[in-house]
Design a protein around this ligand. Structure first.
Ligand SMILES: NC(=O)c1ccc[n+]([C@@H]2O[C@H](COP(=O)([O-])OP(=O)(O)OC[C@H]3O[C@@H](n4cnc5c(N)ncnc54)[C@H](OP(=O)(O)O)[C@@H]3O)[C@@H](O)[C@H]2O)c1
Length: 248
């Protein structure tokens, strides 16, 4: 089995990596270069575990047709891929905090949320698209969020995060229609991982109902179980972590 993780520094992405390695899978991980001002190259990083490969990238490489990124993707997809998880997401960061009211909305915060929750995940999908014929049974799982469901929004707030995830869900839906025509064996879903104890949820864990917060390891295991059973008929859906369909 070969699994690709986009956004390897994510709490859930790291747990998925650990889980699949423990199952004997080969795992290729893309994460941003941590080096400020590092050149915009993408390099395969050898690790102590031969089943694990890290590839550094910078988000601006997704906006250009970056030769180093293309080379990395060609290398990764030279081994058939079974699953791709896109784990990029942004809820809070410095000045950016989920809005309790429309009064707190700002253009800057909206832009940041759309950049990480919508634009970069869409560009990742576009970047891997030409390589999909090499892995015709691949399952593409773009992590979204239940709070991005328009039909399920009964409490308001969190406008930037909700709107940017709703936009992601629409992009997944549209891309899945294209995939069905071009590569009907490929499955593409938006997947709500469930509330998970990562940096993203840390400030918002206090009032959660008992049992709702999962460890990253538990979430990884639950997601892996659910995605193993996905079929192309489910393509385009927004799925709860247990595989049930959420309303858009
Ligand atoms: N944790 C939860 O309770 C929860 C609930 C519902 C949905 N989700 C969704 O599940 C996914 C993973 O969540 P998580 O809790 O693992 O998040 P996390 O630990 O906060 O990780 C965030 C991820 O987003 C990427 N990222 C952040 N800012 C970025 C930027 N400016 N440019 C490019 N990449 C950026 C990081 O990339 P690098 O790896 O390159 O650093 C990292 O992979 C997200 O889509 C999130 O919205 C999480």
């Amino acid at each position: 089995m070969h699994v690709v993780i986009l956004g390897g520094n994510s709490g859930i992405g790291a747990a998925l990596t650990t889980y699949y390695l423990s199952c004997g899978a080969m795992v290729s991980v893309f994460r941003r270069s941590a080096l400020a001002g590092a050149p915009a190259t993408t390099m395969a990083q050898q690790t102590a575990n031969p089943a694990l490969r890290h590839y550094l990238y910078q988000p601006q490489q997704l906006e250009q047709t970056s030769a180093p990124l293309q080379e990395s993707l060609a290398t990764v997809f030279s081994q058939p891929v079974d699953f791709v998880f896109c784990c990029l997401g942004l809820l809070h960061q410095a000045e950016l905090q989920p809005e309790k009211s429309l009064r707190q909305l700002s253009a800057g915060n909206l832009r940041q949320a759309f950049e990480v929750n919508t634009i970069l995940p869409a560009l990742w999908l576009q970047a891997i698209w030409p390589f999909l014929p090499k892995s015709p049974q691949v399952k593409l799982c773009w992590l979204s969020a239940k709070v991005g469901s328009i039909g399920d929004n009964h409490s308001g707030g969190w406008h930037s995060y909700r709107a940017s995830k709703a936009a992601l869900n629409m992009l997944i839906r549209g891309a899945a229609i294209e995939l069905k025509r071009q590569l009907p064996q490929v499955t593409l879903v938006a997947l709500h991982p469930g509330t998970t104890d990562t940096e993203m949820s840390k400030p918002f864990q206090r009032n959660l109902p008992a049992g709702q917060l999962q460890s990253p390891a538990a979430t990884a295991q639950r997601l892996a179980t659910t995605v193993a059973d996905l079929t192309p008929a489910q393509s385009g859906a927004l799925l709860h972590w247990d595989g049930t369909v959420l309303p858009y």
